[in-house]
Write a protein that binds this ligand. Structure first.
Ligand SMILES: [Zn+2]
Length: 488
């Protein structure tokens, strides 16, 4: 598909809708008491209900209803006072009952939206519905897993694990918007504590409905569905590939076929899985073994009152209350635990912007290298308070503060102690700095002449040389001031 790049992609507009499956963080399954723990021995977390034995009766896990409703409230949905479950019939070895219990014509949440920010612009993505359903089991093919045999196995530990399906409106217009939408949902789900958002383990995954149309055209093009995308990267790449593939089909005079496609992450392409003719006819009908769900208004009000401060509100508050740039506020609030850690440090007296930088730069770097977040290291909010004071009183420079913070994350030693041990005391003695400045000027007479002649940007060079000579200990502001004095 190399020649796709040459096509005038700008003539087209993509229309994308996502169906996100989020596994709920309950201890037990949706219709029985079996554990939902990930990674156990196959078929050790099953019972007659989730094995689909004849004569058993499902009972709704109330927690799943509560989690779904909380998600609906947090995404501005209308919560249905009356909803019910439905049977979705299809035959597959990982589905012992021959049907999946889901919701169909009367879902629990409808008509919501979330806000995303792409290229500095805020956009609302509509949510059509959120419903509850049970997960299916898992087929393990011996040949695919390298066993070389002809057998397939079925692990039913996952059968009956509670899922929320969050269906968006076709409001998304680019792969970037799709990724931002997915990230926003993940953040909200994690804030609510209803899903761990672990995409590697499959607890958050999505199917993307993708179509293209000529820019300005009102009617939708024919859509395809790309199944089972389980990372932000794959969501972006698979959608981008699919948009270009469809444009190429149209530009070559062909027609896009309505079909289900699979993303092959190794080859970076989508491949046809089944066409519309082969599509399932699910023959939905109301689930007779479960009573309809009637949501009591008082219970709903209590759930609403128990919602935590949500990421969008927290982000706006961080800007107004702490004077942080939007960018900082957005990053800090993308994880609730990070936001709480920041706020705890600032409440105890740490400098907001410095703290934000330390978390976003040094903290995130540390997390990338060691796999643990700043608040999981021995570094406590109070350490950031001490560090703020050391910087504000010019005892240490910003550069020194950075190396101190790494050491605190490693050892948990108070910053003052590290300063003493390492001799990390900033030089603020004028005569000592002046001597260093004079030495540097003497070593670089040509540069100094150019500096004097008006080449102002050379000040950076001189400051750098002085810092080098003093091993980073000189107070940079004083170095700057002294250099300017030397001009006259
Ligand atoms: Zn069970």
């Amino acid at each position: 598909m190399k020649d796709v790049d040459s096509i005038n992609v700008l003539k087209y507009e993509a229309v994308i809708g996502l169906e996100v499956h989020a596994q709920m963080l309950t201890d037990t399954k949706i219709f029985c008491g079996c554990s939902t723990k990930f990674g156990s021995e196959p078929n050790t977390q099953t019972c007659p209900v989730c094995l689909g034995m004849p004569g058993v009766l499902p009972v709704l896990n109330k927690k799943t209803l509560e989690f779904t409703i909380k998600t609906g409230l947090a995404t501005n949905c209308k919560i249905s006072s009356f909803s019910r479950f439905a049977r979705k019939n299809y035959f597959y070895p990982d589905l012992p009952k021959g049907y999946q219990i889901s919701q169909y014509e009367l879902p629990i949440c409808e008509y919501g939206y979330v806000e995303i920010v792409v290229n500095g612009e805020t956009k609302k993505i509509g949510i059509t519905r959120i419903h509850m359903e049970e997960d299916a089991g898992k087929n393990i093919h011996e040949s695919a897993s390298g066993g070389g045999g002809n057998y397939s196995f079925v692990d039913l530990n996952r059968a009956g694990v509670p899922l929320m399906e969050i269906v968006s409106e076709p409001d998304i217009r680019s792969p970037e918007e799709a990724v931002e939408y997915m990230k926003k949902l993940r953040t909200i789900l994690r804030y609510l504590g209803v899903c761990d958002g672990n995409m590697e383990q499959g607890s958050l995954r999505c199917d993307a409905n993708v179509s293209v149309r000529l820019a300005g055209q009102k009617e939708f093009g024919v859509k395809t569905e790309v199944k089972n995308l389980n990372s932000f990267k794959f969501v972006g790449k698979a959608i981008e590939y699919e948009i270009r593939r469809q444009i190429k089909v149209l530009e070559d005079g062909g027609k896009v076929i309505q079909e289900t496609r699979l993303w092959d992450s190794e080859r970076g392409i989508t491949e046809s899985m089944r066409t519309k003719e082969e599509a399932h006819d699910y023959r939905y009908f109301p689930e007779p073994d479960l009573v309809p769900i009637v949501v009591d208004q008082r219970w709903l009000d209590e759930r609403r009152a128990s919602l935590p401060e949500l990421p969008d509100i927290k982000r706006k508050r961080f800007v107004s209350e702490y004077g942080l740039p939007e960018y900082d506020a957005d990053l800090l609030t993308s994880e609730k635990s990070t936001a709480e850690f920041f706020e705890e440090a600032v409440k105890q007296g740490a400098h907001p912007k410095n703290t934000s930088n330390w978390i976003m730069i040094e903290g995130f770097k540390y997390e990338k290298e060691h796999g643990i977040a700043i608040h999981e290291t021995p570094l406590k909010p109070i350490h950031l308070v001490s560090l703020s004071k050391l910087v504000e009183t010019a005892v240490v420079s910003g550069t020194m503060a950075k190396s101190i913070i790494f050491e605190v994350m490693d050892t948990g030693k108070p910053p003052e102690e590290i300063v003493k041990e390492k001799g990390f005391i900033q030089i603020s003695d004028t005569s000592e700095i002046e001597k260093a400045v004079d030495d540097v000027i003497a070593k670089h007479p040509k540069e100094f002449e150019r500096f004097r002649a008006g080449e102002e940007k050379l000040i950076g060079f001189f400051v750098g040389q002085v810092m080098k000579m003093t091993k980073g200990k000189a107070n940079p502001q004083m170095v700057n001031d002294l250099l300017k004095k030397k001009l006259f």
